[in-house]
Ligand binder design. Sequence first.
Ligand code: NDP
Length: 390
Amino acid sequence: MTRKVTIFGATGSIGCNTVDLIQRNQDAFDVVALSGGRNVAKLAEQAKALNAQIAVTAYDACLEPLREALHGTGIEAAAGETALCEMATRPSDWIMSAIVGAAGLPPGLKALEQGTTLALANKESLVTAGSLLKETAAKSGATILPVDSEHSAVFQGLVGEDMAAVERVIITASGGAFRDWPIEKLASATLAEASSHPNWDMGQRITIDSATMFNKALELIETHEFFGISPEKIEVIIHPESLIHALVGFRDGALMAHVGPHDMRHAIGYALNWPERAHLPVERLDFAEIAQLTFRAPHEMRYPALAQARWVMEEGGLAGAVFNAAKERALDGFIEGRIGFTDMASVVADVIEIMSGEGLGLAAIALDTVRDADHAARARADEAMTRRQR
Ligand code: NDP
């Protein structure tokens, strides 16, 4: 029997890996809808190759080129946030949420309202509105599966286990592009240097977020939200080889480690085939060749984002939305050349300082309150960047 699948963010790094797995076993899937952003040529190519019903671009300005590229194929074209949310309501058995950033929240939420299975790569949705996502899934009977490699690893380590027996969870980090740089040199890091990851081949934004460890900060919060594990039980360790993705520690002292190659098709494939395991086209590790695995503690001055994530978990409520929005805006500023590499964490710290007195932890989490907090934090981040530019 074929399974109906939909992919949000199909043209990105996670999206292309998902498309690759589906193409290798195309008879097993019926592709309902694909979304992309500005890469209209790729979106149209994927929609044709997978014979999708509809292709949706996030941007109105990209609709005409998308229509032209799909002309004569019978594949529908649409654009904008409303179209993205409508796409989520088309009956699908499995939906991949792989839009980057806070823009992934509304379609992800809409998908969960349908009671479908949502493979969640878009960690920003859990960080900004974790309780809303979980409540929506509980109400509709939807299932959320992790796609981040660390969270897929924890998920797999917990199969058949009693959560009450979990003592600790350790998520690993590569340490990013500058893990071996002297801390004093970080301020001068360029965009090109920050956009190159030592181990993983990922989108530009998440690669830079690995260098600052904002990505790991989001993952700390994601671990807390996804598994309901209290913050003090979650640890981060730098593991430069990036082969162990996470470890789950139990009350008898046992640690279950998930080991695998740097290939997102493992975690995506696990979610795509869950609850079964299917053959996946990923490298098989040779431990004699690897010879050694190394670990070191993350230095808090090199990675201030980790302490900021601990503040978010302590504060709760809308703190995640504020943190994520400030981080996204600071990242835009670095990509646009407005601020330097280390200014990103300083801008986020400024926004946290300004907004931490605003009762964020007590606020109700709904789509509109998350949006308001997001907009306010972006405006504050812009002000902080302007101050730093002077
Ligand atoms: P990419 O930047 O490679 O791709 C992002 C996708 O989202 C593209 O399809 C892009 O379209 C689309 N997009 C961009 N902006 C918008 C918007 N405003 N509205 C709607 N769609 C938009 O990102 P990644 O694939 O690297 O990451 C996707 C998500 O998965 C992120 O949340 C990331 O944190 C998470 N993740 C990624 C991993 C990785 O290995 N890459 C690992 C684990 C998690 P277009 O390119 O056409 O403009």
